[in-house]
Design a protein around this ligand. Structure first.
Ligand SMILES: *[C@@H]1O[C@H](CO)[C@@H](O)[C@H](O)[C@H]1NC(C)=O
Ligand SMILES: [Ca+2]
Length: 221
C-alpha cells in the first residue's frame, strides 16, 4: 500500500478505537435541588425506546433512587428507578415494571432499558447481560410535552423534589433511541464501539442545563 493510504487507515482505526471526549456528571451529595435538564433532539412521543446510561453509585438500602425522569404535566411518563428493595424498574404513567437484577455499585455499570408498545416487551440490560422479558403496557404511547431530568424525581411539573429519592453518584453516556436496538448493538455499545447515535438523546452532542451542585468532568470512554 502507498504511504498516504496507510496513514489514512491508521487515522480511521484511531477514530474507530474511541477516545472520544465525553462529559460525565457527578452528583456529589444528597439534595432536593441538584439536577440536570436534558434537551431532546425531538419530542418524546414514543411507541418504542431504548434508553442507556453508564452509572455508578454507592447508594444502598431501603431507598428509592431516581435514574431518569421524563415528567409531563400530569404524569411520570417515563421514570427509571432503583426500588427500596433493590429491584430496578421503569414506569410509564402508572404502575411500573420490575426487574430483579444485581444492584448497582461504586463500579460503573452500563444500564439499558427497552420497551416496544406493539408487543409490550420490556427488558433491562446490565453490562452485556439481558434480563428476562416482561410484558408491560402493550398499546401505550409515551406522550410528548414533558421535560427530562437527571438527579431528581419531580412530583409536579416541574418540582416537588425529595432528597431521599435523589441520585448521588456518577452518570453519563445517556443515550436514547425511538426504537428497540438489537441485543448485539447493545453489546457493542457496552464495549465502547461506535453504534448509530441516539436520535432522542446523543450524549456526544447533547445540550443540558445543570442546576445546583453538579460537577461536569471531561473524560474519555
Ligand atoms: C406524535 O406522534 C403521532 C403519531 O406518529 C403524531 O401524529 C403526532 O403529531 C406527534 N406529536 C408530536 C407533538 O410530535
Ligand atoms: Ca417523588
Amino acid at each position: 500500500m502507498r504511504l498516504p493510504a496507510v496513514l489514512f487507515l491508521i487515522a480511521i482505526s484511531r477514530a474507530m478505537a474511541g477516545s472520544v471526549p465525553i462529559r460525565t456528571l457527578v452528583f456529589p451529595s444528597e439534595t432536593s435541588t441538584s439536577y440536570v435538564e436534558m434537551v431532546p433532539l425531538k419530542p418524546l412521543n414514543l411507541t418504542a425506546f431504548t434508553l442507556c446510561m453508564r452509572v455508578a453509585t454507592e447508594l444502598k438500602g431501603e431507598r428509592k433512587v431516581i435514574l431518569f425522569a421524563y415528567r409531563t404535566k400530569y404524569y411520570d411518563a417515563l421514570n427509571v428507578w432503583r426500588e427500596p428493595d433493590g429491584r430496578y424498574s421503569f414506569y410509564l404513567s402508572g404502575d411500573g415494571v420490575m426487574f430483579s437484577v444485581p444492584d448497582l455499585g461504586a463500579l460503573q455499570t452500563h444500564l439499558c432499558v427497552t420497551w416496544d408498545s406493539r408487543s409490550g416487551a420490556a427488558a433491562l440490560f446490565m453490562d452485556e447481560r439481558k434480563s428476562l422479558t416482561k410484558f408491560y403496557k402493550k398499546g401505550h404511547t409515551i406522550p410528548p410535552g414533558g421535560k427530562v431530568l437527571l438527579g431528581q424525581d419531580p412530583d409536579s411539573f416541574l418540582g416537588d423534589f425529595e432528597a431521599k429519592q435523589s441520585f448521588v453518584g456518577k452518570i453519563f453516556d445517556v443515550n436514547m433511541w425511538d426504537s428497540v436496538l438489537s441485543d448485539s448493538t447493545i453489546k457493542d455499545m457496552v464495549s465502547g464501539k461506535r453504534v448509530p447515535r441516539g436520535n432522542i438523546f446523543d450524549w456526544e452532542t447533547i445540550q443540558f442545563r445543570t442546576n445546583g451542585e453538579v460537577e461536569v468532568l471531561n473524560t474519555e470512554l
